[in-house]
Write a protein that binds this ligand. Structure first.
Ligand code: NDP
Length: 252
């Protein structure tokens, strides 16, 4: 039955940055498909946890500031201890710093590379060891349109997201024969806090919408289906793929 192919009942999914935005949409989508959820988040905010628990699945918060690499290294072991296993990892949390390259600070460079790339690598490696051992697992990284393009005034972010795309393929090459799928989702322009400045700029917002074939900004709910697909048996032969969820932007 195809509905069973997409069913995540009994699976444990770790999602970073599920407090809001795309991560919250993905966590809710996986939970609606039946998965138990571990939220890796730095705050004590329980609003996503409460929404997930109301769906009748388990949900634990593991506090982890992805800027703190010692905390990052403890996250997957803690999740396995709390839930018994980790079947799905979604590396969603990310930060943005904007500045012309000539003024870009070393601190901003390090912060963006640590959260958007090094923490992703550590979580992939730790979850991957566990998944390779049990010969089953699904890793979904959140890349970006600037995994393909350079962007403007976002040199650290573009560098990190380009690398996330390459890391996804590199890990897929090693682990696809071990029953572990590593793929990425490429969000287009999504109406979240990360883009508040763009959304509030009427000229830029209109220019962006005109460039999107679907004619609208994306929203967190748009990520539920793609995430469930990449987390489920439906994607068992999909490896190292960067799946654009962008209203058609890349194809234009
Ligand atoms: P938001 O800014 O809305 O949410 C970011 C999430 O990351 C929050 O949950 C935030 O937690 C968490 N986070 C940030 N820093 C840390 C940290 N140090 N430790 C733990 N958690 C942290 O972003 P989006 O939902 O828009 O973005 C989600 C992902 O999608 C990111 O990787 C982003 O780069 C990517 N993306 C987004 C696009 C868009 O158009 N919005 C386009 C392309 C990619 P807290 O609540 O504690 O701040």
């Amino acid at each position: 039955m195809m509905t069973q192919t997409f069913d995540l009942t009994g699976k444990v999914a770790v999602v970073s940055g599920g407090t809001r935005g795309i991560g919250q949409g993905i966590a809710l989508g996986l939970a609606e498909a039946g998965a138990d959820i571990v939220l890796l988040q730095r705050s004590e905010d329980t609003s996503t946890q409460e929404k997930i628990l109301s769906l009748g699945v388990r949900c634990e918060i593991i506090q982890c500031d992805l800027m703190n690499l010692d905390e990052v290294k403890q996250a997957i072991p803690k999740a396995i201890e709390a839930m018994g296993s980790v079947d799905i990892l979604v590396n969603n949390a990310g930060i943005q710093r904007r500045s012309p390259a000539v003024d870009f600070s070393e601190q901003d460079w390090d912060d963006v590379l640590n959260v958007n790339l090094k923490a992703v690598w550590i979580l992939c490696q730790q979850a991957g060891r566990h998944m390779v051992e049990k010969k089953r697992g699904k890793i979904i990284n959140i890349a970006s349109l600037v995994s393909f393009q350079g962007g403007l005034y976002v040199p650290a972010y573009a560098s990190a997201k380009g690398a996330v795309g390459q890391l996804t393929k590199a890990l897929a090459n090693e682990w696809s024969s071990q029953g572990v799928n590593v793929n990425a989702i490429v969000p287009g322009y999504i109406a979240t806090e990360m883009n508040t400045a763009l959304i509030n700029d009427p000229v830029r917002s209109r220019q962006i919408i005109e460039r999107i074939p679907a004619g609208r900004w994306g929203n967190p709910e748009d990520f539920k289906g793609p995430a469930v697909f990449l987390a489920s048996d439906a994607s068992d032969y999909v490896h190292g793929h960067l799946l654009a969820v962008d209203g058609g932007w890349l194809g234009r």
